[in-house]
Design a protein around this ligand. Structure first.
Ligand SMILES: Nc1ncnc2c1ncn2[C@@H]1O[C@H](COP(=O)(O)OP(=O)(O)O)[C@@H](O)[C@H]1O
Ligand SMILES: [Mg+2]
Length: 232
C-alpha cells in the first residue's frame, strides 16, 4: 500500500490556457511514492499538458504544481532546467532520441548534463541498457533500432538520474502490439520495484496492466478516479 507514503506529485487547482483554449480547468491530483497512475481521456482533453506541467516543461496559468517537495511555480528558468534534469524522467510516443548519438550516448548524456563524469555516465548507461535487455544495441544508432528497442533506450535515459517520478506520454502509442507488450512489461517491472509512475495513455490494457489508479480527464477536468483491483 502506498497510502501513507510521501506525496511525490501534488497539483492544486491547476489551470492552463493557451490563448482562448483552456487545456486544464482546475485539476487537483496527488501521487504518492510507489504509485503508478494512468491518466486517460479523449484526444485534446489535456493529458500532455498535465504531464508537461509536472515535468517543468511548461508553467500553469494558475494553481500550484509541487514535485518532490519543490514548488515549480516559484522557480526561475535555471531552477526549472535543473529540476527537469534531476527530478523527472520522461518518455514520449515517438521516443525523442537524438539521431546522431548511439543508444549508449543518448542514455549517458542525461547524466553528463547533471555533472556526472563521462566515464561514470557511460558505466551507468551500460548497466541500465543491460537491465533493460538491450546492452547488445549500445553502440547502435536510433535509425537501426526497432521501435521497441528505441523506447527501451528512452526508458533507460529517463531512469538515468533516478527520477522521483517517471512520466510517460502514450509510451506504446507508436509501437506494434508485440513491442508495446514489452514496454508495458518493463513499466510494470519498474512499478513493482517501487518506481513512481505517471502514464498517459489511450490504451485501457496498458492502464489495467501497469497502473494502480486511473484518473479520467475530460475537457481539462478530472471526471473520475478508480483504484484498480491489481493495485500494489
Ligand atoms: N502549445 C500549445 N498551444 C496552443 N494550444 C495548445 C498547446 N498545447 C495544447 N494545446 C491545446 O490544449 C488542449 C489540450 O491539449 P493536450 O494536452 O495536448 O491534449 P491531449 O494530450 O489529451 O491530447 C487542446 O485543445 C490543444 O489543442
Ligand atoms: Mg497528448
Amino acid at each position: 500500500m502506498t497510502a501513507g507514503r510521501e506525496v511525490v506529485v501534488g497539483l492544486d487547482q491547476v489551470r492552463k490556457h493557451y490563448g482562448e483554449t483552456v487545456a486544464l480547468d482546475g485539476v487537483s491530483l496527488e501521487i504518492r511514492a510507489g504509485e503508478a497512475v494512468a491518466v486517460m481521456g479523449p484526444s485534446g482533453c489535456g493529458k500532455s499538458t498535465l504531464l508537461n506541467l509536472i515535468a517543468g516543461l511548461d508553467r500553469p496559468s494558475s494553481g500550484r504544481v509541487v514535485v518532490h517537495g519543490e514548488d515549480l511555480g516559484a522557480m526561475n528558468e535555471t531552477g526549472l532546467a535543473l529540476f527537469r534534469r534531476r527530478r523527472v524522467g520522461m518518455i514520449f510516443q515517438f521516443f525523442n532520441l537524438i539521431d546522431d548519438l548511439s543508444a549508449l550516448d543518448n542514455v549517458a548524456l542525461a547524466a553528463q548534463l547533471t555533472g556526472t563524469t563521462a566515464a561514470q555516465a557511460r558505466r551507468r548507461a551500460l548497466d541500465l541498457l543491460d537491465e533493460l535487455g538491450i546492452a547488445g544495441r549500445a553502440r547502435m544508432y536510433p535509425a537501426v533500432l526497432s521501435g521497441g528497442e528505441r523506447q527501451r533506450v528512452a526508458v533507460a535515459r529517463a531512469l538515468m538520474n533516478r527520477p522521483a517520478v517517471l512520466l510517460a506520454d502514450e509510451p506504446t502509442g507508436a509501437l506494434d502490439s508485440h513491442s508495446g507488450e514489452q514496454v508495458m512489461d518493463l513499466l510494470l517491472d519498474l512499478h513493482q520495484i517501487g518506481q513512481t509512475l505517471l502514464l498517459v495513455t489511450h490504451d485501457e490494457r496498458l492502464a489495467e496492466r501497469c497502473a494502480s489508479r486511473v484518473v479520467e480527464l475530460a475537457d481539462g477536468r478530472v471526471t473520475a478516479e478508480r483504484t484498480l483491483e491489481s493495485s500494489r
